[in-house]
Design a protein around this ligand. Sequence first.
Ligand SMILES: Nc1ncnc2c1ncn2[C@@H]1O[C@H](COP(=O)(O)OP(=O)(O)OP(=O)(O)O)[C@@H](O)[C@H]1O
Length: 235
Amino acid sequence: MIKVEELRRTFGPIVAVDSISFEVEKGEVLGFLGPNGAGKSTAMKMITCFLEPDSGTASVCGCDIIKSPVEARKKMGYLAESAPAYNEMTVSGFLNFICDAREIKGQERKDAVERVVNMCSIEGVYHQSIETLSKGYKRRVGLAQALIHDPEVMILDEPTDGLDPNQKHEVRELINSMAKEKATVISTHILEEVEAVCSRTIIIDKGKILVDSTPDKLKQEHNCGLDEVFRKITM
Ligand SMILES: Nc1ncnc2c1ncn2[C@@H]1O[C@H](COP(=O)(O)OP(=O)(O)OP(=O)(O)O)[C@@H](O)[C@H]1O
């Protein structure tokens, strides 16, 4: 469902993403791991059509991100690293604004909003303005907007960042509950999260893919826990 082919992006002299290629099938949850500055967010921004690649491309459910970005975006839900929500809007106003942008109307809109509000447990802050929310609730609102059109592909940049342990658990359960029907990519620094939700993991450093494997295989091959595997590979 996701096919990434030789994606590359530089910022001046910095090669943020260096010709990476991989595929993600329906039902897979791919964990994107790497140290700070490895290129994870840049890769995600390119796949979700928020940043143009220097070269290479990707397709999402058969829609090329360069030739058909609008179609590709319809297939994806994207939670950005620092979810760009409109602070002065209420949660309700923001989710309805996203529905406007995605042309979700009438009863379909009512059902979609109700579904994501329940899924992300944001009933209690529904009428509150976004600027008054805690970091964890902002993250959940970001997740709600990413899921509002029930996308086939989810691209989630550090989805549990800023959440307390209970909320982290809830979001991981949520990802697991949806995983079968979707292709999912999440980036994270939390190795325990990889074990909890990812069926596959890519370790990226300095823009290059160093490892593409499953968490279990990595632990077996290196005969240690994932945190040690991560250190061995990236240090
Ligand atoms: N807009 C930009 N202008 C200049 N350099 C950038 C820009 N965006 C990213 N970079 C650089 O590209 C490299 C990759 O950054 P990126 O944010 O993709 O890494 P990351 O793996 O997501 O890091 P983190 O785990 O810290 O979020 C870094 O060296 C970063 O400084």
